[in-house]
Each structure stands twice: as C-alpha cells, then as structure tokens.
Design a protein around this ligand. Structure first.
Ligand code: WTA
Length: 677
C-alpha cells in the first residue's frame, strides 16, 4: 500500500472522529471496589520486566505443572508461552470453582421469546453437563486431544458446554458464527480437518424459529468438495425431544445429542493435562486474501491473558453479574463470555436473540431482572438501541458499575449516550481495542486508574507496548497525533500462535512489513502489524482510525473484500468485481458492490440479485450489500489495477480528487452519474 493511500484512509476517518478531548473520571464508588487501582502495574509490566511479568496473569490459574520457560522465541515469530507448563482450561473454568461456588450460577441463559423463562446453570450443573458431554465426545464420537471439531452453533448454553467439553479432552474446537452460511461453515470444516460437526436443529431470532440444521447438510457437501469427509453430525435440539428442523436426519451420520447423552448420564471424565502451548481453539477471521484464516490460540497463554484482562479491565469479581451481548461465534464471546469470566467464577449472562426484540427496552428489562452490573457490547448495538429507544433505559431500575464497548470506533456522541443514559452516569466505560488474532485487549483505559476520553480506546493495557510506524518503518513520534500503522513491539500470551496450517501467511501478513531481520530469534526484531491505522495524542491515548487493509468492519463483523469479491465472481456473467465500504449510520460500514459484465452480457435486475444471493449463500446474510452497481468498466490505473479508493469516494459522496492519471478517467463521471441516480 502506498503512503498516499494510508493518508487518504486516515483523513476520511479522522473527519468522523471529532477530535474529542473532554475527559470523564471514574466514580469513587467504582474505584473503591475495583480489582486494580495501583498504577504501579504499568511498571511491573514494563519492557524491563518482560516476559516474566506475565507470571502475574498465569498465577490466576491452577496449573498441574509450572513452566520452565516463560517465552520461547526459538521458532520466531511463532511465540510459545509457558513452555513446560501443564494445564486444563475446562478445569480452570469449572472444576476448581466447585469447592466455593458450586451453587452459584455460572451461566444464566435468556431465551429470545420473552415468555420462556431464563435458565440458570450452577457451576455444579455445568460440571455435570460438561462431563457427560465430554464422555460422549470421547467414547461415542471418538475424539481425542489434538483432534479438531467444528461447531456451528448460535447463542444457546449448549455452545459453552460443548466448548468446555472439548477443552476438557484437549480437543481443538473451531466454532463458526451461527449466522454464517452452510457453505462458509463447510470451508472451515475442510480447512481445520474436522470429521465431526456439532450443530443444532434451530434457534430463535427476531421472533422466528430458524431452521439451522439445513446449513449442516450444505456444509458437509461443501467440505466434501474440498476433500474433507465428516462422519458424524451431532445435533443438539433447541427444545430437547422436539425436532424443529424440516431437514431429515441422515441415518448413521446424524445423531440427536440429547438422545445419545442418555447413555452417558452420571459419567465423569478426568480433565486432560495439556501442554500450555497446545492449541485450545481455532477462530476463523477475514483477511486480505480470499480464504478466511484460522487463528490458532494456545491453552495456557490464552487462558492466562483473558483471565488477567477480565479481572483487571472488565473488573469481574465472582459476585458480579456480567453480561456481554456479543455472540460466542466471535472472539469477543470466546474470551469475554466464556473463558475469561468463567475462569474467574463469575456469572456470565447469555442472550439468544436480537437486542431490540420485541422492543428496544429488552436489554434493560433483562438487566433489571438479573441485576446485571457489568455490561459489554459494540457500538453498532449501542447506535441501534439509541435510535430505537433513546429513553428506554431510564424506565428500568438497573445499575451498571462498568460498561464495555468493543469492535469499532465509537462516535463521541454515541459514547455520551451510552455513558449518560445507559450507564446513568454511574458506570465507568472501557473502550477496548483488539482483534481476533490477539486473544484479548490491546488498548483500553484501566477503569479505576485512567479517565475516559470518548472516541479514544485509551492507552495500552499493561504488558502491551504499541508503536506507530510510517510506511518507511520510521517510528511516528509518540503523542504527535500523526496517523500511521499501529504495531505491537512485543509478544504477549494471548496472541495467536499461527494461522492454522499456513505459517507462511502468518509471517507474511503480520510480521514481514516491519521485520528487520528474518533470521532473528529476538522478539525485538518482530513487531506485530495490526492492520489498523491509529494516532496517539499527547496524553498517550490511542485513537483507532480503522483498517488500512482490505477488511471491512460491518456492524462489528470483519469481512474481507476479497472474499466478497470472489462471491461476486462466482456469478456467471460477472467479469470484475470491486467491494468498498459505505458509511452507515447504524452498522458503521456496509459493503457497496461494483461489478462489470463479460462481453455479451446485459445489465439486469436478475444479475444484481444473483450477486446478492451469492454473497448470502457463500458468506451469510450479514454480508449483504447495500447496492450492486453494474458498471461499464472499473476505474483503473495505467497498470490495470482497479482503483477501489475512487469507488469508495463515489459511494460515500466524497470528493473524488484528481483522477486524470487513470487509464480511463471518463468512466468515473459515468459511474458517478449512475450512483447519484
Ligand atoms: C476494529 C474484535 C476501534 C479494528 C475484537 C480491529 C476497533 C478489528 C475496536 C478487529 C475499538 C476492534 N475501537 N476499532 N475499540 N475494537 N476494532 O477481529 O479495526 O472482529 O482491527 O475483533 O476491529 O475485529 P475482530
């Protein structure tokens, strides 16, 4: 990417960022009870004390055996943490809490239909259900440590139960977001080499009971096409004993989990002590090339990092009722609904449906009833709730001490509504910046230590050392408010270990750009490239400006433009496709699509609909484009490169700037006219 492009991205994004500098201070009541109030934590986690400082997080866990090497860099940049250590993630999230908390709710599940009562699973009940399922996975499905299993499940308590049962055995889970299509799931089955798929018959969303099993049949076909055969499909039932899908069960392949579980009632399975650096799970995310990549997360390092950050940034105490409204199908749900909170013996609330169902008061009714005191969601949801029911929160008697925002930059006026109306001026807010690859937070204020600044993620969290580089690899002066590529100087335990099965891509995408010596075994030579542009203000706070690569953040969901474009190109008659982000009031960004046709094909509504359908079936409805424009040609450079930037400017009604150096400047006028119509 040229320097010019970076500067352009930044200027456009900075424009919506209103240079907010006002600060808000954490209430004394919050500070008085907070887990971390001592600024000296930053000294303890300074680079001088790196990497040993992370023992403080690892010590929040129970180990079978301590590690001999805190950070092994011999296979740089594939970092290994706590080498020699043995640990089990399920044991840490379940078993070890039984002595003190067996009758405390681990998970409170709120179904979408309001007439269905919520379900509270105590730690004891969670223990029983995880054990029975682990026995089934081991003895019926034949799974053992190191095997991969794909989960394609929505927000039901059986999802964390399944994840924990896998973790108990050392089986690597790969959960695919329930809203993704069967095709997308199939690709991930194939890439991870799973021979077991765990899914569900249906679930509630926006007042409808959706058929989910139908996606499993499509997924298996897609996986087989790529050479991966699935021999068992384990189907949970949303309402045990009652099958809600229209799809037949395939004899000898598909099994109802509730039925098979009858044979495992009362079974107990010892947790398998796993080497700390063995993978706990894979989480697929979008990148700059077509195929999604499987971020491989470790057991010991990951769990230590999410537990430490849950304790100090989320300020979770065992007696808190913590509600993160993300979906467990994304990294936020893995780290901050399941592993982090449960490792701390918290009560973690799970909600099945959409926040505005049946009306915009729903989240606040849930909060009031369950007495939620920590609330965690994304700007896109906050915008939606603010639009649909700006005065709803004050009608309900709940009190948050702490709120989180994650996933995209938050506009200061949206932040202020969150603070004043949702938080009633009583709660601290942390704006947490991080990525699927990172396992846990990179930048955020420490809630009892720093003031909040709307629209800024805040400084680094302890032990993370960011640096902003320009295109040439020079450090942008700290605190200079100049935009550049934000990188992290040092490894940390939560970071992914590699891209599943593709080390080369891992190195190329995240490290190549600023690595000064490819043979070095010293972590100092391998800054981690986040792919985000950011600027740092004088007070040390980072303002994240967004992606500089070909990734679009739609309602907090990461989509790769190349993935979207290849879905367009799969439609017969499409010659070229270009996808650009269109600014959207609620979702942040939505995809806008430009296609050109092969000779002999004529523009039609059918072909536009076919493009949208192809995206829905290959990726999922979340990726649906706002517009599909059929253009006579794409704006191109003289070397034939499509100028996406020009199309993005057209879509967003921005000044297009000088296009006279293009190979076909006249096309820009034509497209502009078409879009303005
Ligand atoms: C963006 C989600 C601004 C960023 C945890 C990042 C944010 C991408 C923030 C990762 C934030 C995430 N402020 N931007 N607080 N948090 N982002 O992998 O562009 O789904 O690179 O992880 O979301 O998205 P992912």
């Amino acid at each position: 990417m040229s320097e010019q492009e970076i500067v352009e991205v930044s200027e456009a994004q900075i424009a919506v960022h209103w240079q907010e500098e006002e600060k808000f201070y954490p209430p004394a009541r919050f500070i008085a009870q907070a887990n971390m109030t001592d600024p000296a934590i930053y000294e303890r986690f300074s680079l001088e004390n790196f990497p040993e400082c992370f023992k403080e997080y690892a010590d929040l866990l129970t180990w079978y055996q301590y590690w001999h090497t805190t950070l092994d860099t011999s296979d740089a940049p594939c970092w290994k943490w706590f080498v020699g250590g043995k640990i089990n993630a399920c044991y840490n999230c379940v078993d070890r809490h039984l002595a003190k908390y067996k009758n405390k709710a681990a998970i409170i599940y709120v179904p979408e239909p309001e007439e269905e009562p919520h379900v509270a699973l105590t730690y004891q009940e969670l223990y029983v259900r995880v054990n029975e399922l682990a026995a089934l996975l081991r003895d019926f499905a034949g799974l053992k440590a190191g095997d991969r299993v794909t989960l394609h499940m929505p927000m039901v308590p059986e999802l964390p139960i399944t994840m924990l049962a896998c973790a108990r055995l050392g089986v690597i889970h790969s959960e695919v977001y329930g809203g993704f299509s069967g095709r997308a799931c199939g690709e991930r089955i194939a890439d991870s080499g799973s021979r077991v798929l765990i899914t569900i018959d249906g679930y509630n969303r926006s007042g409808k009971l959706l058929d989910h099993k139908e996606k499993a049949d499509i997924a298996l076909k897609a996986a087989k096409k790529e050479g991966q055969v699935v021999d068992k499909v384990l189907v949970w039932r949303r309402y045990p004993g009652k099958y809600v899908s229209g799809r037949p069960m395939v004899h000898g392949r598909d099994y109802f989990v509730d039925e098979v579980l009858m044979d495992y009632v009362g079974k107990r399975v010892d947790p398998v002590p796993m080497p700390a650096e063995d993978p706990l799970f894979i989480m697929y995310t979008s990148g700059t090339t077509g195929r999604p990549k499987g971020c491989q997360h470790s057991t010991g390092g990951y769990l230590a990092y999410v537990t430490g950050t849950s304790k100090y940034v989320q300020d979770i105490h065992p007696e808190d009722v913590y509600w993160c409204m993300a979906d467990i199908g994304w990294i936020t749900g893995h780290s901050y609904i399941v592993y982090g909170p449960l490792a701390l013996a918290a009560t973690s609330v799970m909600y099945e449906g959409v926040p505005t169902y049946p009306d915009a008061g729903r989240p606040w009714r849930i909060a009031e009833r369950l007495d939620v005191n920590i609330f965690h969601t994304a700007p896109t949801t906050i915008r939606m709730l603010r639009k649909a029911g700006p005065d709803e929160p004050e009608k309900y008697n709940y009190h948050f001490k702490h709120m989180t925002t994650v996933g995209e930059p938050i506009e200061p006026q949206v932040w202020k509504w969150y603070y004043q109306v949702v938080g009633k001026g009583e709660a601290v807010i942390v704006d947490t910046w991080w990525q699927t690859e990172n396992g846990g937070f990179l930048c955020s204020t420490m809630p009892a230590i720093h003031p909040m600044k709307p629209g800024s993620a805040g400084p680094n969290v302890p032990g993370i050392h960011p640096v902003i580089y320009d295109e040439q690899g020079n450090e942008v002066e700290a605190g200079s408010n100049k935009a550049g590529n934000i990188c992290i100087r040092n490894p940390w335990p939560g970071a992914f270990q590699t891209i599943w099965g593709d080390r080369e891509r891992y190195v190329a995408q995240y490290y190549e750009k600023y690595c000064t010596n490819k043979n070095s075994k010293d972590w100092r030579d391998w800054p981690y490239l986040t792919g985000d542009a950011a600027m740092q203000a004088q007070d040390g706070y980072f303002r994240i400006l967004g992606r500089v690569d070909d990734v679009i953040n739609v309602a907090g969901h990461r989509l790769g433009t190349k993935e979207l474009e290849s879905a367009c190109l799969a439609v017969p008659g499409i010659a070229e496709a270009s996808v650009v982000p269109l600014a959207d009031e609620l979702k942040g960004r939505v995809p806008d699509i430009y296609v050109s046709l092969k000779p002999g094909c004529k523009p039609s509504k059918e072909i536009k609909d076919a493009v949208t359908r192809s995206i829905e079936t290959r990726i999922g409805k979340i990726a649906r484009p706002r517009h599909v424009y059929v253009v006579p040609d794409m704006p191109k450079t003289r070397s034939g490169k499509i100028m996406r930037r020009v199309l993005a400017d057209i879509s967003n009604g921005r000044d297009i700037g000088d296009v006279t150096t293009l190979a076909n400047p006249e096309i820009v006028e034509e497209i502009l006219r078409m879009v303005q119509e």
